[in-house]
Design a binder for this molecule. Structure first.
Ligand code: AMP
Length: 209
């Protein structure tokens, strides 16, 4: 990781696209943990789509619309998702929390399906996709249950909602992985301790940039 920051410099013919790594994995696989750890490094900006939705006032009409999907473990409709995500990112640029051209985006929880990947392809230049693979479904469910209690996450408070979230991921993840050129995709075993997972992702980042 001792390459100069200019490694993320936007190329001239993609001047308007955001450079990004995508963290892709089932709910509870540790995307957020890895995204936050990587986002603490200079030159990276962690952007979790679930946080974009949770930052909306729950009692507002928009918040209620979002809750009508997330409380059932369903995805919020794609066009709305991309619009909200983009306006969140614009605010981050305005506040200088994220500096395009200097910072690499770490996308967590977006894109979630092919339609979103396609909509985003006009906006972001994907430099790598880290597929956090977790084969231990029982462990995933346990983690989601614990997080629901700790963070008051209503979406993960009920087992049927958890199962629906996992089903949606199962259905959408492979087509999403197939969308990206294979040389950009790296599979990382997410069942390992977070520090080991982080170490592996950092190695991939080093090789991809
Ligand atoms: P997460 O924190 O990423 O697990 O997301 C929590 C909930 O927010 C999901 O169950 C969805 O209802 C919604 N959500 C998050 N990201 C997306 C996305 N990219 N597209 C649609 N819905 C999303």
């Amino acid at each position: 990781m001792n390459k100069p920051m200019s490694m993320f410099a936007t190329q001239p013919n993609r001047a308007r696209k955001h450079e990004a790594f995508i963290l892709l994995g089932a709910p509870g696989c540790g995307k957020g943990t890895q995204g936050r750890a990587l986002g603490a490094l200079p030159g990276f900006f962690h952007c979790a789509c679930g946080e974009v939705f949770r930052s909306i006032t729950p009692t507002s009409p928009l918040g209620q619309m979002v809750a009508s999907f997330s409380s059932r473990g369903e995805l919020v409709p794609d066009e709305i998702t991309i619009k909200l995500w983009q306006s969140y990112l614009d605010n981050c640029v305005q506040s200088a929390a994220y500096q395009p051209g200097k910072d690499m985006l770490l996308l967590d929880g977006i894109p979630r399906n092919l339609a979103q990947a396609s909509l985003l392809s006009d906006i972001i230049q994907v430099r790598g996709v880290f597929h956090l693979r977790c084969d231990q479904t029982v462990e995933l469910v346990e983690r989601l249950r614990r997080r629901a209690l700790r963070e008051n996450r209503l979406d993960d408070a009920k087992d049927d909602v958890i199962m629906r979230r996992l089903e949606v991921f199962e259905r959408t993840s492979q087509p999403l992985l197939n969308f990206y050129p294979p040389d950009l995709v790296r599979t990382v075993v997410a069942d390992h301790p977070p520090a080991a997972v982080l170490h592996e992702i950092l190695g991939h980042i080093h090789n991809l940039t």
